[in-house]
Ligand binder design. Structure first.
Ligand code: SAH
Length: 362
């Protein structure tokens, strides 16, 4: 028995032909009624995956201090837009604001804006951020532009749609999702448009037969739009995600259901679909005169530089011996190279007119 969402996908493929990976991902994640992000809260133990802010409060505290420090280095503007993209349960924003209480002028200058498509998660964010008066948006366009911005996006870019090319008999073809009754969904190749091939970065030209290359107009378009906004209103954007610093071939399409990887055609609409973020592609897309890119650095190096180890020590002192093992374990998950420390990268885009400001941690 196919689910309602599988029927919708099968019908679209029957009517319009195979779908590129991005179209498939958009329907599976964001279909207004049956899409993964539209139905429920996917985070935490009862959900499908756990993110850094859900591992430990230390993560949000470090990023909150990073934001306050950027604000001071930028001359402590009287007003600024504090935008979080894909805020999940609101944990990261709540932890950032709590840490920033040490700098009351920063808090009183803050206007909180959240970019979020999921109704279930908007409800969680509303609860987590009571008293802070956040304003929600579906696109960057409606976020106000009268003041500088500090933008934080943790595991947001990986959730935006991407597409895949594959080299076959010396030419690049596009990987697409096919469907046949009895056989179900499966991957095939179809011709890639000239415009798509022109997007390939040079590093990829010589890739061997069978290589897969992932590109994402949605991610790159968002990075370009963000850079445009930073250029007009000033500020900095912090992108934290799993991915690679240089563009390279590789099939990283992944599905996660109940904390396990599964096939991308299993649990359609009930599994998170993502891929690794190509940070070099984001930097290329954000290249505008006046915009500086810092990093990417690894999450481990970034958090260590911001002082997460000292923060863990302080929490251990405050909470007593019985919490020590848990705090050390959380720290390990966030910064060690066999956990999130190396796979996750941190990139900062900033506007550098006038006094060039170097953000902390880079
Ligand atoms: N940043 C959070 C959640 C990461 S999950 C954390 O670290 O815990 C991805 C988040 O992005 C979710 O909140 C999801 O609903 C949101 N999201 C996914 N696609 C989006 C889109 N196109 N526009 C706005 N938000 C989106």
């Amino acid at each position: 028995m196919k689910s309602a969402l599988e029927n919708i996908l099968a019908r679209q493929i029957a009517l319009h032909g195979p779908m590129d990976v991005g179209q498939f991902m958009n329907v599976a994640l964001s279909h207004p009624r049956y899409g993964y992000y539209m139905k429920r809260d996917p985070l935490g133990r009862g959900g499908d995956f756990t993110t850094a802010p859900e591992v430990s409060q230390m993560f949000g505290e470090m990023i909150g201090l990073w934001a306050a420090e950027w604000w001071m280095r930028a001359g402590a503007p009287k007003e600024f837009i504090f935008l979080e993209c894909g805020p999940g349960r609101g944990t990261l924003m709540a932890d950032m604001l709590r840490a920033a209480r040490q700098i009351p002028e920063f808090l009183s200058a803050t206007h909180i804006h959240l970019l979020e498509i999921s109704p279930a998660l908007r409800a969680r964010q509303k609860e987590a951020l009571q008293g802070h008066g956040p304003v929600w948006h579906e696109t960057l366009e409606t976020v106000p532009n009268h003041a500088p911005m500090i933008v934080v996006a943790n595991e947001f870019f990986d959730a935006l749609a991407f597409r895949q090319l594959q080299k076959e008999s010396g030419t690049w073809r596009e990987r697409a999702v096919f469907h046949e009754e009895g056989r179900g969904f499966f991957f095939g190749l179809r011709p890639a448009g000239e415009a798509v091939i022109r997007l390939l970065p040079e590093e990829i030209f010589a890739a061997p037969e069978g290589a897969v290359f992932e590109f994402s107009p949605a991610r790159e378009g968002f990075a370009a739009a963000l850079a445009g906004r930073l250029k007009t209103q000033g500020g900095a954007g912090l992108v934290i995600d799993y991915g690679h610093a240089a563009s390279a071939p590789g099939d990283t399409f992944q599905a996660m259901h109940a904390h396990r990887y599964c096939g991308v055609f299993e649990h359609i609409g009930d599994a998170d679909l993502t891929s690794h973020v190509d940070f070099a592609a984001l930097i290329r897309a954000a290249a505008l005169p006046g915009i500086q890119a810092h990093g990417p650095v690894t999450q481990g190096a970034f958090l260590r530089d911001l002082g997460i180890e000292a923060r863990a020590q302080a929490l251990i002192r405050m909470n007593g011996a019985e919490k020590e093992a848990g705090i050390r374990n959380d720290l390990h998950r966030l910064i060690s190279s066999d956990e999130m420390g190396d796979l996750f990268k941190v990139l900062c885009l900033s506007e550098s007119h006038g006094a060039a400001v170097t953000p902390a941690g880079f």
